[in-house]
Design a binder for this molecule. Structure first.
Ligand SMILES: Cc1cc2nc3c(=O)[nH]c(=O)nc-3n(C[C@H](O)[C@H](O)[C@H](O)COP(=O)(O)OP(=O)(O)OC[C@H]3O[C@@H](n4cnc5c(N)ncnc54)[C@H](O)[C@@H]3O)c2cc1C
Length: 293
């Protein structure tokens, strides 16, 4: 049985921040409720006050301003997946959102919830990491901005303080000669939590060499990680590399990830999975051309 809670709906940011200040660590935010409901049913929520953010109309948006993409924390996965702005200037995020759960989860779950939940398997997180996103965090004391890679401190843990909430995620939109991609392996593909996932960003030079590579993996370490040695391997590839060359570069990921055995997969399986996922995503991306959209 789910225990009783005191419930408060916030209708705007000021109200949310005042409720956060008033109840501090006694309260738990809820937005889409897809993660929280599972925890409530399992008796894993210690707080006794729920502050509902889902009535905050101005909390859901994707917009581009002077090359920066701004995503409201309350934006649902279905809206991210269909966003023309993201499909053109951050397609890895749209692709990741399209693979979160099934349609019902995507119609309820939000990007802010996915990030705040701080699961190493959260699908939007590797995409946001390769986009070098910034997380905007608000409290009654003001707003602070944290690079997404520094936001997570362990599985299910982040730098968020009890009176703080995530308001926005922003990043520089991809431009000409820049591409991003996302790949995921789950026991039932798009329906489930990732066994492993990968996101990549490539920027090409004039001769179609990869001059900048960013690669991030999820579900293979306590938090989502960047893979600098693997990125270096991709920078050394010739223009229009063969499948064998791409697969060879991706092989470095085997050494860079640090997965554990758990209910969803063994560590060895996950190491093999990230190599295959990365090689496939990278090869398809390189074949697609040098632009998003
Ligand atoms: C059947 C099922 C399948 C799923 N499949 C996937 C999947 O494939 N990939 C994946 O990544 N996830 C998956 N999930 C997990 C979940 O749907 C996502 O993490 C989703 O994005 C959570 O968003 P939400 O708005 O529903 O979060 P909520 O459940 O509302 O909140 C989650 C946590 O974040 C906190 N929170 C929410 N919003 C904020 C905010 N703005 N500021 C601060 N804290 C906040 C809440 O307090 C809570 O602790 C699945 C869940 C279920 C039940």
């Amino acid at each position: 049985m789910i225990k009783d809670f005191e419930y408060h709906a916030a209708h705007d940011l000021t109200e949310a921040l005042q409720l956060a200040e008033r109840f501090g660590s006694r309260k738990r935010f809820v937005c889409g409720g897809t993660d929280l409901m599972v925890r409530l049913k399992e008796g894993l929520v210690n707080e006794d006050v729920i502050v509902d953010l889902s009535h905050m109309a101005a909390f859901s948006y994707v917009r581009e301003e002077s090359g920066i993409i701004h995503v409201g924390a309350g934006t649902r996965h279905a809206d991210l997946a269909a966003s023309p702005v993201l499909l053109q200037h951050g397609s890895a995020l749209a692709a990741a959102a399209a693979k979160v759960g099934g349609p019902q989860i995507r119609n309820m779950g939000t990007v802010g919830g996915n990030v705040a939940n701080a699961s190493p398997a959260g699908d939007t997180i590797p995409a946001l990491v390769v986009l070098e996103a910034t997380v905007s965090i608000a409290s009654i004391r003001g707003v602070r901005e944290v690079p997404i890679i520094d936001f997570f401190t362990g599985p299910g843990r982040s730098v968020l303080k009890p009176d703080e909430l995530v308001t926005e995620i922003s990043f520089r939109g991809t431009g000409p000669q820049e591409v991003t991609a996302f790949g995921k392996l789950g026991s039932r593909q798009a329906m489930t939590i990732s066994t492993a996932n990968v996101a990549l960003f490539f920027r090409f030079g004039a001769d179609r060499h990869i001059v900048e590579a960013r690669i991030a993996f999820g579900s293979v370490a306590p938090t989502v990680i960047r893979a600098p040695k693997t990125e270096e391997m991709f920078r050394q590839l010739p223009p229009a590399p063969s499948w064998d060359a791409v697969r060879g570069a991706a092989q470095m990921a085997w050494k860079e990830v640090a997965p554990i055995d758990d209910l969803r997969a063994s560590a060895v399986y996950r190491r093999e999975a990230v190599v295959g996922l990365l090689a496939e995503a990278a090869y398809e991306t390189l074949a697609r051309g040098a632009h998003e959209g």
